[in-house]
Design a protein around this ligand. Sequence first.
Ligand code: CAA
Length: 445
Amino acid sequence: MTAVGIDAIEIWTGNLKLDLPGTFAPEKGEDPEKYTKGLGLNASSFPDSYEDIVTMGANAAHRLMERKGLEPDDIGRIDVATESAFDNSKPVSTYVAGCLEQVFDGDFHHANKGERKFACIAGTQSLDDAYNWIRAGRNRGRSAIVIATDTALYARGDAGEATQGAGAVAMLISEDPNLVELSAEQGYGSADETDFLKPNQQFPSVDGKRSVQVYLARMREALEDYESVAGDVHPDDFEYAPFHTPFPGMVRKAAMLAYRHVIRDTSVEDELADEIGRQPRPEAFDDDEAFREAVREYMDELKETEAYQEWYAETIDPTLSISREVGNWYTGSVHIARASALKHALESDRDMTGERLLVGSYGSGAQAEIHSEVVQDGWEDEIEALNVESQLEARYDMSWADYEEVHDVHNHDMDVDVEEFTAPESEFVFDGWGRMGERKYRYVE
Ligand code: CAA
């Protein structure tokens, strides 16, 4: 069977930056290490006054199409995943296509367009839709563009304010892809949860501590479900494990639980037994609390072992490098984790062709999904083409006063005008409102 997967990606960051330890922490009266060490974040990306989910998504897709030498006729499907949409009817993909039609000859009139919503997991669900469309033979030889774009802003003063971010990832989904093949096997962990939601409101209602527990519970279910179709996962099976990263500290917690799970009944558990004993099994305990306490003690010791620390440093830590500098991109977050991992592989000369990734996506409300990916032999060229580092470098570093203004500009309930902080160049910009309340966009050379 021909491989189907991600042929290429492009990343577009919001043009502003908020320094968390340097600018945010002092204003909040917090120790900077709460951000750098606790949450694992150095900075958040923010949209300038002329940026939004459409401009960032269209800019990422424009770069993708130009770099791959694509015309609108090559694309049979444009899906946008977002949890920052501003219209309950007209999908963001129509705006994005409208932007792209300003700069390409031809149009996307015969492309199927849509918008996917399930919090942060919608980006991965859109990949599934594109995969299924190609597998079903409905693509007429064309590729799909999937765009994950979000302005992940929280209300001022919310605990989530430290984990904000803004950016887009555009992905080209094709037969015989250059970057990764997606597995047919998937595992799900899904339940009706009230941890993070936006009932017709711009900023989320969040139960932060609970959201962390729900992430872990659903991810564990998804892993078990994945193993039920793909067989048991062993820590050596995967070169990297990119996970949804609302902030790196979240992935640190998930990685610890995942490691305990995947080493159970393996030679790794046996080898560690002399040092820290075997994992507690529930049947050996009279009550649940005693079992949980024993697990906590085991985990504390497991965390300190060389085996765990090496696995974490090689398999997990490299997935977090972009996230540390940009914060949460919601739907795009797991896709920048994959990009971080492959950038790390390129920079450390790892030969990745044929190697596997274990990818864990998550959306509040709540659902986790796990699948695997096989890296394809064009991966090096695709990753080398990314310019994410220079984009991050070029961001304008906001003062606290700038940040307060920018947050207000993007607050739908406020009517504030602010001079832009950066000068747009070769990109789409927001250009005001049309007569039916629609947003207008223009390309700036
Ligand atoms: N030095 C080192 N570490 C420090 C520190 C210091 N001086 N001060 C605090 N820390 C550590 C804390 O110990 C904690 O780490 P552990 O959890 O490992 O103990 C970490 O820094 C964060 O500190 P707090 O828990 O005190 O932080 P908080 O109460 O301000 O809020 C949060 C944390 C609840 C995650 C909040 O940022 C939040 O609500 N975020 C939004 C929700 C979210 O991202 N949830 C994640 C799961 S849901 C999801 O994934 C979907 C999504 O994208 C939103």
